[in-house]
Design a protein around this ligand. Structure first.
Ligand SMILES: CC(C)(COP(=O)(O)OP(=O)(O)OC[C@H]1O[C@@H](n2cnc3c(N)ncnc32)[C@H](O)[C@@H]1OP(=O)(O)O)[C@@H](O)C(=O)NCCC(=O)NCCS
Length: 380
């Protein structure tokens, strides 16, 4: 534990005392290390989660805390560790894996490709308007935990790229380092309707008596919830200066902002790895009403099981995959990641040198994987 604490705290610039609780929250079973001789020189954490694509949760191995001892850097340690992590994911049946990169080269080398974003919205509270206070918002109680998780999952299912969260992510939302957010909920209409929306947020003091609202999670499931939550934020406008949260360019709350004056910037791209081609293509759903098949010829330098020809047959919103076919669309495993999430169109992938095929084939592939741009609010 001592060596891990030292590597992680130095690598990520946080106090050593924070490292052990973080590792324990991630689960000691989920830590992987690389040793040289007896010494641990590199580590990473695997976080079992899901990620929504096409309306279904696809089992996903999140990767976090990739770190090499400063004295061992540049000697291939992280590459060796990541390679064996991807092989392990494959052996344990994960269809996909996702991570936030501090360098793209390392992760591209083992088959990951940028496949979605995470954006930070900052809006002056004065630019929000309290247009709807007709329904009561109340402070969240511990008993609301299950209803909050249900509201999130019902909302996130239709947001490609959003996490199917586990305890690790919920802990980050409810207990960000050094802060104590409060939760507020908006009940749905009618008994047993669940929650229409909720928000977790804290007030970050400025040197004056003013503050900024930092929102660690916000979900609005209905038009009424969109209006009520934005009004709730507007009601902090006498002392609150700005409200900020992580979101995406086409999120319903961003769309509903009453005025200009906000900023939305790309904080990070996350990278996706298709670990098991067949399992991944079958685990997500597709647009109803499209019936077609795509013949892929895939290259994967690390996982030979993924290489070769596959046919994806799409019908009734479901995908079925079989080996073989004509291999009309030639695709690198990294290209498949950006296609799978809906991040890049086949035309962009062709321009990036990750996909090749006749125009008509590429167009059909574009229709199969078309959807809203993938983004997620969470970081891990
Ligand atoms: C990123 C980190 C894990 C790389 O570990 P490493 O064992 O030195 O990596 P490797 O030797 O296997 O190098 C793999 C590739 O990563 C990239 N890389 C490594 N260090 C880099 C740096 N300082 N700047 C940019 N790219 C870098 C390089 O492309 C390298 O390949 P190359 O040497 O052939 O160009 C290590 O620098 C580290 O612990 N940094 C601090 C924590 C961190 O940023 N973690 C990543 C979180 S996603």
């Amino acid at each position: 534990m001592g060596a891990l604490v030292e590597i992680l705290s130095w690598s990520f610039g946080f106090p050593p005392a924070d490292a052990e609780p973080w590792l324990r929250r991630g689960g000691l079973d989920n830590i992987r290390v690389l040793r040289r001789g007896k010494a641990i020189v590199a580590c990473l954490l695997l976080i079992p989660m899901g990620q929504f694509f096409g309306g279904r949760s696809v089992r996903m191995a999140g990767v976090a805390g990739v770190a090499t001892a400063a004295t061992a850097r540049g000697t291939g340690a992280a590459t060796v560790l990541m390679r064996s992590a991807v092989e392990e994911m494959r052996a344990s049946g994960y269809p996909i894996s996702t991570l936030y990169p501090a360098t793209r080269t390392l992760y591209r080398r083992v088959g990951y490709e940028p496949a979605g974003g995470r954006f930070e919205l900052t809006v002056p509270i004065g630019a929000l308007k309290a247009v709807d206070r007709s329904t009561e918002m109340r402070a969240a109680e511990p008993e609301d935990e299950a209803a909050i998780a249900e509201a999130y999952a019902a909302y996130a299912r239709d947001m490609p790229g959003h996490l199917d969260r586990g305890d690790y992510i919920w802990h980050r939302i409810k207990n960000p380092r050094g802060e104590s957010p409060r939760g507020f909920v908006l009940e749905g209409e009618g008994r047993g309707a669940g929650l229409d929306g909720y928000v977790f947020l804290y007030e970050k003091k400025r040197p004056t008596y003013h503050y900024d609202l930092r929102i660690t999670d916000i979900v609005a499931r209905t038009p009424r919830a969109v209006r009520r939550l934005l009004s709730f934020l507007a009601d902090h406008g006498t002392l609150g200066e700005t409200a900020a949260w992580y979101t995406g360019p086409a999120s319903r709350l961003v769309q509903a902002l009453p005025e200009v004056g906000y900023t939305l910037y790309l904080q990070d791209h996350w990278m996706l790895r298709i670990v098991d081609v067949k399992a991944a293509l079958q685990a997500r759903d597709y647009v109803e009403g499209i019936e077609t098949d795509l013949h892929f010829q895939i290259t994967d330098d690390l996982l030979p099981e993924n290489a070769g020809r596959f046919v994806l047959e799409v019908a009734g919103g479901k995908g079925r995959v079989r080996r073989g076919g004509r291999g009309r669309i030639r695709l690198d495993i990294r290209g498949l990641a950006a296609l799978y999430s809906g991040h890049l169109t086949p035309i962009s992938l062709e321009a990036a040198g990750l996909m090749e095929g006749a125009r008509a084939e590429l167009s059909r592939a574009g229709a199969v994987f078309a959807g809203p741009a993938p983004w997620m609010p969470d970081m891990f």
